[in-house]
Design a protein around this ligand. Sequence first.
Ligand SMILES: [Zn+2]
Length: 435
Amino acid sequence: MTKTLLRGRILTFHADPAETEDNHLYIEDGAILIADGVIEAVGSHDELRRQGLADGAREIDHRPHLILPGFIDPHIHFPQVQVIASWGTQLLDWLNRYTFPEEARYADRDHATRMAGAFLDQLVAHGTTTACAFSSVHRGSTEALFEAADARGMALIAGKVMMDRNAPEGVRDTAQSGYDDSKALIARWHGNGRLRFAITPRFAITSTPEQMEAAGALAAEYPAMHIQSHLSENLAEIDYTLQLYPAARDYLDVYERYGLLGRQSLMGHCIHLREREIARMAETGTRAIFCPTSNLFLGSGLFDADGLRAAGIVSGIATDVGGGTSYSLLQTLNEGYKVLQLRSQKLHPLAAFHWATRGNAVALGMEDRIGSIRPGGEADLVVLDSRATPDMALRAERIETLSEELFLLQILGDDRAVAQTYVAGQPMKPAVPVG
Ligand SMILES: [Zn+2]
């Protein structure tokens, strides 16, 4: 098989800049040698050429662009591609008025197949190479999503949502069918190529205690499997949850009672947490996922990144389309920066780009395979053009440091700044003229 040599300005992280001074590797004239979807070597272009490692390789020159690990989106809803930008509501009304009726359409397998392709095309267009996605309640729509990801060679984590109450007919399962459909999907897709299944009780409000028990049974049967849900996004949501689960000490306790916490457990939002919840998340290793564009769009609240880090909680950062308003992790970092400004917290550009790449891989427990550029890692990469638009090019004239360039990408960048996305070494966007 022909090897590929990518040339460009390489940036990758090996530690969190918010915690460690020695955190990244930057190579001005760098090269990445790829074979069979895996990174074989990384170094200066001269060095790799001199050592003869790249002999016979097809070279693609991305200079002067930056090459980073592909972005990772640890919380996104596939059946909401046509819900994004729905006006005028906060969480519970937004679900009832827009989202549940839309997700009902995914009972139609043909519709789900068309949307699955469109969804993954949007991810790679925005430089995202791995996502942890909620599907609809339907087994067929989750099949469609896995099929589309498999065809693209993407490392995708996805789960059929379990929801058996407080939702209209058409987006409800039962405790038993939610369990059975999840098992069937696990048997067919989990560990198949780069695909993984996630146990996905939507959130406490839409699951009966019987269904939470079924989700807990799956978690016990598959202890290494991801679990994804929502936690403390909105004050009305919290009140309603505690009415539905009167014995629970707090919202987190609902999930804890059914064995749904742990390092594999990804909780979207985590905005209005009580002290006990923060302490238990830290003790159990449960992940908090910050969804800034969604939190602003739905008026949910301001995530406390520094507070959760100080408490020892690992956080990811995600788009949460379609409560979120952009597929772009760059735009997500932009809004994340602003949310943290309102908390008087500072998101440094190096910390931001670490978060969207290796940081999210750590949140997913997948940092041994994705999220950085190193030999043996999977060749998921994004090529970023800091001068992609006239306003970016104008600003770039006054930039002197790498951090300034990253911040420009974070604030002004979107899919137009993504010159190319590689999934397992394969270019996913039509080639654009470089330079
Ligand atoms: Zn969500």
